[in-house]
Design a protein around this ligand. Structure first.
Ligand code: SF4
Ligand code: SF4
Length: 498
């Protein structure tokens, strides 16, 4: 067991109100400068929708992530040993500016300098790249709230798993629904961006696993842009270097949560340390799609297990880090309650950002002023869910519907139990049945409720003590050194390197 510590995060999608405050906070802190105008290290998408950059989930076009052929190593989709060199000069998998959008501003000075006339002056849009007037055709949240639109929602690739009938039902007006999907870099445990970089400029920090790009070493080849299946690396056209979310490590190192977390209006974001077994990482993603979520869970270790704690200490992980892992909300959501799932785990990069899938559409169905009961004891059955389970499974469990169903049942059980406590509109025996079906207990429901509805800032953000110099000493030592620059990014862990 090779225990490593990693800062990991949860986004609780039931709580996201789609206000984009997170995106704007990040923009103002990190990408409000020339060459970075089109970058949104944090963006919020409306689902169903095509996202940003548009159709980023279409790996037939972008070829991001790893592929596994059923045996042998993982292989990068975007390049191999034979063509990696040629793709430095022409890479057909790169997104272009149209896939993002041409950044723009408005000619505000015209409002003040226009000559007096019969019409109000207007501020026309101008390109932030050329300075010329332009017609705005896209933006980072162009499909915002356009859940029903034929251009955006209906072209969501995750809908391909639905039958024609299910698709038609989804887009019926009374059933029409949507949710928000905030996205940042997943700081993956097995990131293709790191493996693809020909200059070795991208690395995971040893002490907390944050994925960073060394701007001194980056030569702007953009192999990482193609390799990241989440399209969370951006090329700065002014500096000629690639850039990405840095999980606000300068803030973390001074005891503050990242800017997007700090500003989140819905308080959907949680941050904490997890301990994981680096020895398990090489093989964890070499399983069939349906088994990927469970396989990733086997890499995450119980920070309360004395054997894990002893192995962590032996690896030089500090007591403070171990204590952070024991209080981590991420461990609770992912491992204890099994409510949080990775986004598109079938890309096999082992994302360490987890999402609690949205339940709200399921519970939003009411009749005569109260929630409807259904035959199976739930107010609204999963089969009647406004967002088909198949769709959510395509996003959060590589198509394994049982995993999403288990999450939904537990989320519903929490709501029924808490509603019963205050409204008493169900028989207690019915509520007990719901809890049993969801394989949960009143005690667990109370824990989930407390962490979901009324957590303090210090419960949501359990920050490790990150004084970087001390932290590096705590995870690296000459005895433990594997020549990994602080993290086990050897070819075995990374799969087949180009
Ligand atoms: Fe790299 Fe994963 Fe972040 Fe993409 S999401 S940039 S693959 S760490
Ligand atoms: Fe959602 Fe929070 Fe971002 Fe608002 S600030 S869009 S609630 S993640």
């Amino acid at each position: 067991m090779d225990v490593r510590a990693h800062v990991s995060v949860i986004f609780h999608l039931d709580k996201c109100i789609g206000c984009h405050t997170c995106s704007v906070a990040c923009k103002n802190v990190w990408t409000d400068r020339p060459g970075a105008e089109y970058m949104w290290w944090n963006n919020v998408e409306t689902k169903p929708g095509t996202g940003f950059p548009t159709h980023w989930e279409n790996q037939k076009t972008f070829n991001g992530g790893w592929k596994w052929n059923g045996n042998g190593n993982l292989e990068m989709r975007c390049q191999n040993k034979a063509d990696a060199f040629l793709k430095l000069f022409y890479n057909p998998n790169q997104p272009n500016l149209d896939d993002y959008y041409e950044p723009f501003t408005y000619k505000y000075e015209d409002l003040f300098t226009a000559k007096a006339g019969d019409d109000q002056p207007t501020a026309i849009p101008v390109s932030l790249i050329t300075g010329e007037p332009m017609e705005i055709k896209a933006g980072p949240n162009w499909d915002d709230d356009l859940s029903g639109s034929p251009i955006y929602a209906e072209n969501d690739l995750n809908l391909d798993k639905l039958t024609e009938e299910e698709r038609a039902q989804l887009f019926e007006v009374e059933r029409l629904t949507m949710f928000y999907l905030p996205r940042i870099c997943n700081h993956c445990a097995n990131p293709t961006c790191v493996a693809a970089c020909p200059s070795g400029a991208i690395y995971k920090r040893g002490e907390d696993g944050i994925v960073l790009i060394n701007q001194e070493k980056c030569r702007g080849w953009r192999a990482c842009v193609a390799a990241c299946p989440y399209k969370k690396i951006y090329y700065n056209w002014k500096t000629g270097k690639s850039e990405k979310c840095i999980l606000c490590f300068p803030r973390l190192e001074t005891g503050q949560p990242p800017a997007c977390f700090h500003s989140c209006v819905g308080r959907i974001r949680y941050l904490g340390v997890i301990l994981y077994d680096a020895d398990r990482v090489p093989d964890a993603m070499k399983v069939h799609d349906r088994a990927l979520v469970e396989s990733q869970r086997t890499t995450i270790l119980d920070p309360h297990d004395p054997a894990v704690v002893a192995a962590a200490r032996k690896n030089g992980i500090s007591e403070e880090f171990i204590e952070s892992a024991q209080k981590s909300p991420v461990f609770q959501y992912v491992m204890k309650w099994k409510l949080a799932l990775p986004l598109h785990i079938e890309y096999r990069t082992m994302p360490l950002l987890f999402y609690v899938p949205p339940l709200l559409p399921v519970m939003g169905k009411s009749a005569n002023g109260t929630y409807e009961h259904s035959a199976d004891g739930f107010f609204t059955s999963l089969a009647e869910s406004r967002l088909p389970i198949k769709y959510l499974a395509s996003l959060f469990s590589a198509g394994n519907e049982q995993i999403v169903e288990a999450v939904m049942k537990k989320l519903m059980a929490v709501r029924h139990y808490k509603r019963w406590q205050s409204v008493r509109d169900m028989a207690e025996s019915d509520v007990q049945k719901i809890l049993r079906e969801a394989q949960t207990t009143p005690a667990e429901v109370e824990e989930i409720y407390a962490m979901t509805a009324i957590p303090t800032q210090f419960q949501r953000y359990v920050l490790p003590p990150l004084q970087r110099e001390e932290a590096i000493q705590s995870t690296c030592s000459p005895e433990a050194c594997k020549g990994c620059s602080g993290f086990s990014l050897n070819p075995t862990v990374m799969g087949e390197r180009a």
